[in-house]
Design a protein around this ligand. Structure first.
Ligand SMILES: [Zn+2]
Length: 302
């Protein structure tokens, strides 16, 4: 199954492909199994912050684990956030990381230039897109500020939503999609990331909601599938409406990570027990939250 076609098929069906983050290596197995057992289609992904500040080790290590548990027709491997400027505001050798991931077999990748000015973001995304496309894989980019990863205090959620702070702009989305050649666009529409700073990463995420009209307008302007980051903790109606309006990939990180870590804490490092919890959580998300059971039937010939 080719990732680019899979995402376009999902869009045509009015469905959304979830992408589950794996900040701990033992999470790959139960997530892959849950996707296949639901007869669904989903991505397994890792972000740079997850091998820098969590336990994912490296993109190659996750790819190796993925190769053991991948299930053809059901699972896809995606490289999540490779920031140009990271959450500590330091420069990252992004082309090198993306190149490593492509060589390790990632089936889609992300470049995150969202902390840059528009012109610069377009430039770095176009550069990364050219490389990804040489490998025949699609690339995701980000425009707007999906907050939460930075090591600084976030304003209260209601303030972010009311002022549309950091929301992706329509004129910029139109231009960005046309000039950067990215395949999918991660947008800021009320969604927030789970916090990754050590002191707050175990806190419950504030409940977020989505500006659906803005999603529809952005999809119309950009003309490419939209991606919703920070999928944990968004109201269910918001998510279903956002999918209808153009969201075609949704990132799920905090919820499953906290489930894994809590289980390890509960039964003192019992990885099998924590994997079972992650398996159940993932199945439940696919089945009861996205209604994506048996989605794979619609993807057979891809
Ligand atoms: Zn993200």
């Amino acid at each position: 199954m080719k990732t680019e076609q899979a995402v376009l098929r999902a869009r045509a069906l009015g469905k959304c492909i979830p992408a589950f983050n794996c900040p701990h290596i033992p999470m790959v197995k139960p997530i892959a199994q849950a996707i296949a057992d639901e007869n669904s289609v989903a991505m397994i992904q890792v972000a740079r912050v997850e091998w820098e500040k969590f336990e994912a080790e490296s993109p190659e290590r996750i790819a190796e684990e993925y190769s053991k548990y991948r299930v053809e027709g059901h699972t896809l491997l995606h490289l999540d956030h490779v920031p140009v400027i990271d959450e500590d505001y330091l420069k990252v050798d992004y082309m090198k990381l993306i190149s490593r991931a492509l060589k390790a077999g990632y089936e889609s990748v992300m470049i995150d230039g969202s902390r840059l000015e528009l012109e610069e973001n377009i430039k770095v995304t176009a550069e990364a897109a050219m490389l990804a496309h040489e490998f025949g894989v699609p690339i995701e980019a980000e425009l707007g500020a999906v907050m939460g990863h930075e090591n600084k205090e976030m304003p209260p959620y209601e303030e972010i939503f009311a002022s549309k702070m950091g929301f992706t702009r329509l004129d910029e989305a139109r231009r960005f999609a046309a000039e950067s050649k990215c395949n999918w666009l991660s947008v800021a529409v009320g969604n927030i990331h789970g916090q990754v700073a050590e002191a707050v990463r175990n806190q419950k995420k504030p409940k977020a909601r989505i500006d659906i009209e803005h999603v529809a307008a952005l999809y119309n302007a950009a003309g490419i599938p939209l991606v919703l980051h920070g999928g944990s903790g968004i109201g269910h109606d918001s998510v279903l409406n956002a999918i209808e309006a153009g969201v075609t990939k949704i990132n799920v990180g905090t919820e499953v990570r906290q489930c894994y870590e809590a289980a390890l804490g509960e039964k003192q490092g019992d990885i099998i027990y924590a994997q079972e919890k992650v398996y159940q959580k993932t199945r439940d998300y696919i089945k009861n939250y996205l209604f994506n059971s048996d989605l794979a039937d619609e993807f057979r010939e891809l």
